[in-house]
Design a protein around this ligand. Sequence first.
Ligand code: DLZ
Length: 155
Amino acid sequence: MSGAGAPKIQVDGTGLRVTVVAASWHTAVMDGLLAGTRRALAEAGVRSVTEVRVPGSFELPVAAARAAETGADAVVALGVVIRGGTPHFDYVCSAATHGLTDVSTRTGVPVGFGLLTCDTEEQALDRAGLPGSGEDKGAEAAEAAIATVLALRAL
Ligand code: DLZ
């Protein structure tokens, strides 16, 4: 999937409570994603930010669900899964993706999807918002979550 065509989203998140749930595998990439999310939330004026770390991306949905059910206006889910030599990659990616989708549609609380599913660590680093990266998926996920809160309020 290409990042070309991504919208430039300007969001005002003043007064929102946002919870960031973040997996712990692939430290360098996760550091970049977290930094991008923090930067985007600060630029959007979000003052109430809670961060929770879970072991792996498989655990993201249950943490996102708890956050959504206990008062967060939006959740940003961050993780990195790198393909290995077994089908494990597909199971973890599928479970995390379906789980996060279920949380957002079931609770009505938007979940920003900052889960990188990559063939190589190089691909993940290029999307992590680090110096030299081509994309900043942590920031994009935060902006999308806030933008969706605002969109839902208009319905
Ligand atoms: C087991 C596993 C593997 C092989 N790879 C990753 C990965 O690349 N990224 C990630 O976030 N988590 C990985 N995990 C851990 C699983 O997500 C999960 O934490 C464990 O299976 C324990 O439930």
